[in-house]
Design a protein around this ligand. Structure first.
Ligand SMILES: *Cc1c(COP(=O)(O)O)cnc(C)c1O
Length: 408
C-alpha cells in the first residue's frame, strides 16, 4: 500500500492499513464474512484455490486478512497468523520452533500460563527449559547450550515489570543460531520497533490493547519472513483459526490503538506518581516513569508516546495482605479481574514469588497490579484515595499469605 511518498507515521498506518485504496468504491470496513464452506464453479477453479490454500473458511477470509495486513503494517512484520487467544499464539509458536531434544531459554518473569506450557506439554515432548534472570542481558550467552533453539523474552516482565536488554540478548542468541520469540503484549504492535531490536517472532495477546474493549479473546503471531513457513505449517496442522466477528472487533480496536494508548499513558503517569507518594508504597513498577526500575533501558528501546497503562506497586514490608485486600475491596472504579488493556481500570493483588524460580525471594511483600483505564484520572485518584483510607483503617497486622495462585 503506497498512499503517499513519505513514510507514514504510526497513527496513519493504523488508520489506513488493511483497507482498500482511494481508487476503489468500497465501505470503510471489510465485510464480516461468516463462513466455513466456499463454493467453486468447477473443478479447475477448485484446484486453483487449493493451490493458494484459500479454499476453506479455516484458511481465513476477507475480514481476517484485513486484520492480518493491518497488524503487519502496524509492527513491520512480514506475516501474521491469528489465533483464538494470546496463550494459543505463544504455544503454537513454541511448538513450531522446538523439537524433541531441543532446549528453550525462558525468561523467569514470563506470563505464568506460558511457564505451565513449558512444564507441561513441552517437557512431555522432550523439550527442556531453563529459566533465566530477566536482567541477564548479554550474559545470556553463558546460558546457551548446544541445543538451545529459542530464547523467549517478555519485557517488561509479567507482574514485576523488569525491562530486558533485547538487543543484547538477541545478539547473543543469533550468534549461536537461536531465534528470539517475544511476548510483546505490553508493548503492543506500536510501542517499539520489535524486529529492529532483534526479535524474530513477536507474539501478542490481542485480547488486551488490540481488541481494547474487553469483548473478545485473540492472539497474533507476527514474524519475519524467514520463520513464516515453519510457524504456518504448525499453525495449520493445529487447526488454528479465528472467527470473522472477532476479527472485526480486533480491527475496530486496532484503528484507535494509538489514540487510546496516548490516553492510557497520560493517566498512568499521573497514577504512578500519586502511588509513589503514598507512604505505604515502597516502589512503583512503571518503566515509563523516570526513577522506576528499568526506566533508562525502556527509554532506549520503547516509544514514549505509546506506553501503556499497566503497572505494579510494591508495598512496604509491614503492610499486610489483609490491608491490601481492604484497599482493593474499597475501590469502586477499579474492577477486580484478570486480563487488562480494555477501556476500564483494573486492580489485582499479585504474588510473583509463588511461581518464580530465579530471584523469587526478591518479592516477599504484598504487591498490586493496576491497569489504568480511560476514566478521568481525578476520579481514579479519588477512588484510590478511598482505597488507601480503608487500608489505613485496618489496625492489627495479620501475617498470613494466601494469594491467588494464578494471576493472569
Ligand atoms: C493475557 C496475556 C496473555 C494471554 O492472553 P489470552 O488472550 O488471555 O490467552 C499472554 N501474555 C501476556 C503477557 C498476557 O498479559
Amino acid at each position: 500500500m503506497n498512499l503517499v511518498d513519505s513514510p507514514l507515521q504510526t497513527a496513519t498506518r493504523l488508520t489506513h492499513a488493511g483497507r482498500k485504496g482511494k481508487d476503489h468504491a468500497a465501505f470503510v470496513n471489510p465485510s464480516v464474512v461468516r463462513a466455513s464452506t466456499m463454493l467453486f464453479p468447477d473443478v479447475a477453479s477448485l484446484k486453483d484455490a487449493c493451490g493458494t490454500r484459500r479454499a476453506y473458511g479455516r484458511h481465513g477470509n476477507e475480514t481476517t486478512q484485513a486484520l492480518e495486513q493491518a497488524l503487519c503494517a502496524a509492527e513491520g512484520a512480514a506475516a501474521c497468523m491469528l489465533t483464538p487467544s494470546g496463550l494459543s499464539a505463544i504455544t503454537t509458536t513454541l511448538l513450531a520452533l522446538l523439537q524433541p531434544g531441543d532446549h528453550l531459554l525462558m525468561v523467569d518473569t514470563v506470563y505464568d500460563p506460558t511457564r505451565l506450557f513449558c512444564e507441561g506439554m513441552l517437557k512431555q515432548i522432550g523439550v527442556t527449559t531453563t529459566y533465566y534472570d530477566p536482567l541477564v542481558g548479554r550474559g545470556i550467552a553463558e546460558l546457551m547450550q548446544f541445543n538451545t533453539k529459542v530464547v523467549f523474552v517478555e519485557s517488561p516482565g509479567s507482574l514485576t515489570f523488569e525491562v530486558q536488554d533485547i538487543p543484547g540478548i538477541a545478539a547473543a542468541a543469533h550468534a549461536r543460531g537461536a531465534v528470539v520469540v517475544s511476548d510483546s503484549t505490553w508493548a503492543t504492535p506500536i510501542g517499539w520497533d520489535s524486529f529492529e531490536l532483534g526479535i524474530d517472532v513477536s507474539v501478542h495477546a490481542a485480547t488486551k490493547y488490540i481488541v481494547g474493549h474487553s469483548d473478545a479473546l485473540m492472539g497474533a503471531i507476527l514474524t519475519t519472513a524467514a520463520l513464516e513457513e515453519r510457524i504456518r505449517n504448525c499453525y495449520r496442522q493445529l487447526g488454528m483459526t479465528i472467527g470473522a466477528d472477532d476479527a472485526a472487533l480486533a480491527l475496530r480496536g486496532l484503528r484507535t490503538l494509538a489514540a487510546r494508548l496516548a490516553a492510557h499513558r497520560e493517566s498512568a503517569h499521573v497514577v504512578a506518581r500519586w502511588l509513589q507518594e503514598q507512604p505505604e508504597v515502597a516502589e512503583v513498577l512503571y518503566p515509563p516513569m523516570p526513577g522506576s526500575p528499568g526506566h533508562e533501558l525502556w527509554k532506549r528501546d520503547f516509544k514514549a508516546e505509546y506506553a501503556c497503562g499497566l503497572m505494579g506497586a510494591v508495598f512496604r514490608a509491614d503492610i499486610t495482605e489483609q490491608q491490601v485486600a481492604a484497599l482493593i475491596d474499597r475501590t469502586r472504579l477499579f474492577g477486580i479481574g484478570f486480563s487488562w488493556g480494555g477501556f476500564e481500570s483494573l486492580i489485582l493483588p499479585t504474588n510473583p514469588a509463588s511461581y518464580r524460580t530465579v530471584n523469587a525471594d526478591k518479592w516477599q511483600t504484598p504487591m498490586l497490579r493496576l491497569h489504568v483505564g480511560l476514566e478521568a484520572v481525578q476520579d481514579l485518584l479519588a477512588d484510590l484515595e478511598q482505597g488507601f483510607a480503608a487500608l489505613r483503617k485496618i489496625p492489627e497486622p495479620v501475617r498470613e499469605r494466601s494469594y491467588l495462585k494464578a494471576v493472569i
